[in-house]
Ligand binder design. Structure first.
Ligand code: FAD
Length: 317
């Protein structure tokens, strides 16, 4: 079922979450068993992140260049299939502009359609750590809006090469990312919203937000998005802080602020266990307020660690 249908038929706030594919070498079984308890809260869909492939080249003793993949988390498509088979819920793979030509994207979308995926989250992706600036592939997409356009084109039965005989039509529901605290590259929130609107005009049907810790920022974002004329559902992303390291890592990595009130509590913590307790309580309060305001779904960034999300969801759903 499409995410828009799930949201449209819901009578209350839904529960959904995002997982990362396991690190190379770790098992799928462990991942599926790890998230199984979260099925208690009837998630209609689970997102599976995508991690782009980057290569380094080393000179081999035989004089030739050796191509080495640095990809640490393969398996997004396989995990989606496994989730749908095991839990009979929808899986939403993230698909990226970065690292893909349009043709590779087309082939990936055909694979996803064949395994029964009905929803995708279309993202640009970040620059590889070695590059510092996002550079699209030759014949790839530079912005998520272009990727949305390609998916919608396939939904109309149009392929990149007009001569391709079309035996079937895809029918993907497409989500995109939104940033309550602005995407870090955007010169202003107004510019960011202009491009968010472009993604919706090209066919995106719902928005999932970057994590945030201050609900007021989310409420203002929603008001600004609506004032810009964007009417699609907006799903807030929730991430409980669970370790001392995340207190500095999350703001630095995701370009967001931790509210003073939260920092006052985190500052008192000496261990990860103490941080986790504060983080869980903060997310519970955040979630309660968001539910009260009638958000369509609470979308948890689990980082594949279900126990924390379970404790929060138990208080809400
Ligand atoms: P875009 O919407 O393309 O925007 C990127 C920047 O370009 C913004 O600053 C925007 O304002 C600007 N812009 C957009 N269009 C134009 C235009 N036409 N002209 C000029 N400027 C423009 N990353 C992963 O690698 N894998 C994942 O699985 C993943 N999942 C994510 C899930 C969510 C919910 C979120 C919020 C992010 C996720 N990311 C993921 C991170 C994401 O890829 C990065 O934040 C990336 O830097 C931007 O992606 P985007 O789709 O928002 O890009």
């Amino acid at each position: 079922m499409k995410i828009t249908e799930h949201l449209g038929s819901a009578t209350k706030t839904l529960f959904s979450f995002e997982i990362l594919p396991p690190l190379k070498g770790q098992s799928l079984k462990e991942l599926l068993e790890g998230i199984a308890p979260l099925m208690d809260f009837n998630p209609p869909f689970v997102d599976v992140t995508y991690h782009r492939e980057e290569f380094i080249y080393k000179k081999h003793p035989n004089g030739l260049l050796q191509k080495i993949s640095t990809k640490k988390r393969p398996g997004t498509v396989g995990i989606c299939a496994a989730i749908m088979n095991r839990f009979h819920i929808d899986a939403v793979p993230h698909i990226l502009c970065g690292g893909f030509t349009k043709e590779e994207t087309e082939n990936a979308l055909i694979d996803l359609n064949f395994i029964g995926v009905e929803n995708v989250l279309a993202l640009r992706g970040d620059a590889p750590k070695t590059e510092g600036k996002f550079i699209p592939e030759i014949d790839g997409h530079g912005f998520a809006s272009e990727l949305v356009e390609q998916i919608k084109m396939m939904n109309e039965g149009r392929y990149l090469h007009e001569e391709t005989e079309i035996g079937f039509q895809t029918d993907f529901c497409v989500g995109v990312a939104g940033y309550p605290e602005k995407h870090f590259e955007a010169p202003s929130l107004r510019f960011d919203l202009k491009y968010l609107k472009e993604k919706v005009e090209k066919g995106a049907e719902y928005i999932v937000t970057q994590m945030f810790f201050d609900n007021e920022k989310f409420f203002k974002f929603v008001a600004d998005v609506r004032a810009a004329g964007i009417t699609v559902p907006i799903i807030p992303g929730i991430k409980p802080i669970t370790t001392l390291g995340q207190i500095t890592m999350l703001p630095r990595t995701f370009f967001l602020d931790l509210p003073d009130l939260l920092m006052d509590e985190l500052e008192k913590c000496k261990t990860n266990a103490e941080v986790k307790e504060v983080g869980i309580e903060w997310s519970i309060q955040q979630s309660k307020e968001l539910v009260k305001k009638g958000v369509p779904s609470l979308h948890f960034y689990t980082m594949s660690k279900a126990d924390t999300t379970y404790k929060i969801a138990k208080e809400i759903f």
